[in-house]
Design a protein around this ligand. Sequence first.
Ligand SMILES: [Zn+2]
Length: 179
Amino acid sequence: MDKSWDKSVMKDAGKLTVYNGISVGKWSTVFGRTLESFNKNSKLTIKLVPSKDKDAANIEILLSSGSSSYTYDGTTYPVVFDATLAHGKTKTFDRGDGIEKAAVFLPSEPKENHVNVLRFIAVHELIHACGLDEHNNDGVFITAPNIKNGQIWAAQGSKKMPPLFFAPKTVMRLQELWK
Ligand SMILES: [Zn+2]
């Protein structure tokens, strides 16, 4: 189920702030381009903007080897996923009035580690952080990407990325949540 952010975040701020916890190794050049790509493709009036304040940021992007935890509002949640794949793990936190925080964990050592693939993974997870749950069948928000030589595509005959693109359905769902 797609889930909205807390109304005070959506109406008052006009932006979601994002903390960059991935400026390490191969990931170190990914953050800025990822926000740009999201903002361009989502066609939302609300924008993702960088924040240096980890705690105050709406979204934290972090690296994980596949076994981590995240503490929010006094509770610690395990974060476990296969960090060799081209997928991360995003947790959203909600006390009944919509999402108030999202923690995005990106795989520290994915098998496919071309910078195009890293950007793909990061933009994909930011879509989850914005409230979308189930994937679409094309564009950056697909379930199982085909990857070869730094190129990524959904199914036979579909457009190769980069440039990263959002399927029309993904844009519609985001706009529905953020109108
Ligand atoms: Zn996903």
